[in-house]
Ligand binder design. Sequence first.
Ligand code: HEM
Length: 485
Amino acid sequence: MGIATITLLSWTCAGTLLIWIFTRGRHHLATRPPYPPGPPARGLLSGNASDLVLKFPWLAYMEWARKYGDLLHFRAYNQHIIVINSEKAATELLERRSAIYSSRPFVPMWDLMGVSYATGVRDYSPEWQSHRRIFQQILRQSAAARYQPTQTEKIRNMLHGMLTTPDEFRAHLNTASGAIIMSVMYGYDVAPVNDPFVALVEVTQVVFERGASLSWLVNSVPVLRHIPSWCPGAGFKRYATSVNSQVIEQLDRPFKYVLDKMAAGTVRHSVVSSLLDNCKSEKDLQMLREVAGTGYAAGVNTTASALLVFIVAMILNPGIQERAQHEIDSITGGDRLVEYSDHASLPYLEAILREVIRWRPITPLGLPHASNDEDVYRNCYIPKGSLVISNIWAMSRNSEKYKDPDTFNPDRFLDANGALTDDEVIYAFGFGRRICPGRHLAIASAWLMMATMLQIFDLRQRKDPSGKDIPLDVKWDDALVWYVD
Ligand code: HEM
């Protein structure tokens, strides 16, 4: 091909592109509705990138929502971001239009680190659907009830730990939350301290949180992931490779534990052991391995964080604590521990659980969804590939639904007859096809932990040597889940 031909071809392509922009492109811009309201872009290219708030962003989005409405739009470079601040809009988009809004954004660092196997970060794909089918089979409400004996056993161990070493209450909460899931998934009993499998998961969790950070340039410029590791500036790639082996180990080691036990004929019943027979191919095995690994990574910190919030709420509200203790004593007579069969007789306790989840939502912004098609909602245009964030925090602060939303008040979930209302704060577990599949297990674990802790202990501030209360110093972190120091 001669130079003249190439030049002619280039001009033809450029011409065609320009014609497209000035005909179809312009026509599209002229005919499509506006984006949802939001803060004005600060830079032509960067949009609102400089407005992105890294600390407690849910508070900033709630402020913006007061000004612009419950559905916000802004842009960081070429990434359109939609923040949904009301349950109504979240239900209409993420549930009723779930065919469009059920994917996840692609995070290049997660991919390089090897954590993109996890259900929660997979895009809307056949593999993700296989994961959800397994979760539905093992953790739907009726199936989750099977794990109550395991939960009871692990929670009683936790109470014993708290009696013996009360200062280590945080470690006991983590151990119990982890022990329940390890037992459910793999039939494995975790050691009270320094368990090797627990250590592996903790490493993966740190890696996971670090990987999401926008401080990795590759997360904003995904094409960088293709540069070779030896290149200057490719430190991110070397870091990703260094953690990859730990991520794989976290997936493989507990799974292999079950296979070894099966071979030795000493396996205990668990999700993995019972579903192995259904695996007809290497891919089926991989799906099961990934689901078990995800369940563990997703379920430990979340459940333990809810319990930390509960402890803080009880210390700050001794009257509520006493009322719950009386309710429990009136059912057990004070001579046996609470059991799952007592649930229906303890509405105030259930109201406390709901208020804990509402007062300090464990994941204030849920997990971001991504849209896989363009859409028009309330006459506003939502582009394909938008990042769609549900501001669960803003939903929990809806003052039309919750009077004095910042006050911890379980009574808001009881009607005039003392019966529970139908608000189960389910939005705290997300929306649509992506709703948290572990919610029934989480709620059941949290309920029994709360009930038995209230029964056995008075949750109070520490005292100084002179017997005076040391004021509670609560620091709320803005990591994926709340953290109380
Ligand atoms: C108090 C405890 C928990 C809270 C507040 C919570 C909350 C959430 C939220 C908000 C999401 C995102 C939903 C969405 O994208 O719309 C989620 C996803 C998820 N949760 Fe939970 N969760 C908890 C416990 C658990 C437990 C115990 C497990 C597993 C045993 C679990 C497994 C998952 C998984 C696998 C996903 C990803 C679902 C998907 O992307 O399809 N969670 N959770």
